[in-house]
Design a protein around this ligand. Structure first.
Ligand SMILES: Cc1ncc(COP(=O)(O)O)c(C=O)c1O
Length: 332
């Protein structure tokens, strides 16, 4: 069987640095032990990673089995009426569905561009508002002012998912002390190449974190993920080179797409959304890629993201060879 090239899932297509793998291997022999449960060493390491500019402590953090679990926990604590911009990452509405909660979906596409502009009455109704920055799947960065305005106008909690923070360095984590209704989410799975282990974190005021602590399972993060979190942060400088390489490959791919006359969205993470300007054309291209062994995410599927993207395909950024092949197939 011919192996498909996976440009659908946006996990890191590069293995973790060998120094990380070496340290991880040493931990395998200790899997007979439970994880720490309080995750204090990991919390300390993450506080250091956040830097001295934000004076946060372990009481501001709670870790989860991937960001997906954190999304679920946040939804269970503050959901009820979930205001979700569209298109965006599908797990916000899926978490709401799993808890039988209400969703207000608000389209943010204006003439094909993504602009975060919530309706004021929706903001007053919602118990939980989701903001994804940069937004999956459009790649757009949300201006800080817009997030501050949302925090000011919302009656409920505002969750800012910065899953792809490492690619842009843009964050509102420094606003956690100022806004009691802010919770920021950060991922490890994708950016640090440990999607197979699962790790994510939420950052908020201690009183908010305690609400999540009350409902999370005692060992929700497994021992290898806990150790991996500490190890990858130690090696962050080696990862920086990988993130720069991913952005460079992604932006080069977007430039090629533009030359073909299609419309790529901004590249601020390890994926590129492309508007093929016509529904029929997009579905033909999707099939052509598939028939040539390349798996992508069609915008019209609800699996990874929801919203009105009937002529769009999302490409995960992979190694140069795979992106070149995708360009070749598109040119044919
Ligand atoms: C915006 C966003 N948040 C959260 C997640 C989930 O991350 P994890 O793999 O850590 O569960 C993803 C993964 O696709 C994502 O794109």
């Amino acid at each position: 069987m011919v192996e498909m090239i996976d440009l659908a899932l946006a996990d890191l297509k590069f293995p973790p640095p060998s120094s990380v793998l070496r340290e991880l291997r040493q931990e395998i022999s200790k899997v007979n032990y439970y994880p720490s449960g309080d995750y204090l060493e990991l919390k300390q390491a993450f506080c250091n990673y956040l830097g001295p500019e934000v004076s946060l402590t372990s009481e501001n953090l709670v870790f989860g089995n991937g960001l997906d679990e954190v999304i679920d926990l946040v939804t269970r604590v503050w959901g009820g009426v979930n205001l979700i911009p569209s298109p965006t990452f599908s797990q916000y509405s899926m978490a709401a569905a799993r808890s039988n909660q209400r969703v207000i979906s608000s389209s943010m596409l204006r003439q094909g561009n993504y602009e975060l502009n919530f309706d004021e009455t929706d903001l007053k109704k919602a118990s939980l508002v989701w903001v994804c920055n940069p937004n999956n799947p459009t790649g757009d960065l949300i201006p800080r002012k817009k997030i501050e305005q949302t925090l000011d106008d919302a009656r409920g909690m505002v969750a800012v998912d910065e899953c792809y923070y490492e690619y842009t360095g843009k964050t509102v984590v420094d606003l956690v002390e100022e806004y009691e209704n802010l919770i920021v989410l950060r991922g490890f799975s994708k950016n640090f190449g440990i999607a197979g282990l699962r790790l994510g974190v939420a950052i908020s005021r201690p009183e908010n974190i305690r609400k999540i602590e009350r409902i999370r399972q005692p060992f929700n993060v497994n021992r290898m993920a806990e150790k991996a979190g500490v190890i990858v942060l130690k090696h962050k400088n080696e990862y920086k080179k990988i993130w720069q390489r991913v952005l460079k490959i992604g932006r080069k791919f977007a430039a090629e797409i533009k030359r073909m006359g299609y419309r790529p969205f901004p590249v601020n993470a390890n994926f590129v959304l492309v508007d093929f300007l016509d529904e029929k054309k997009a579905s033909e291209i999707f099939l052509k890629l598939k028939n040539n062994g390349i798996k992508t995410y069609p915008g019209w599927s609800d699996e990874d993201f929801e919203g009105d993207l009937n002529q769009h395909i999302r490409f995960a950024v992979s190694v140069e060879k795979h992106m070149k092949l995708a360009v070749e197939v598109l040119r044919r």
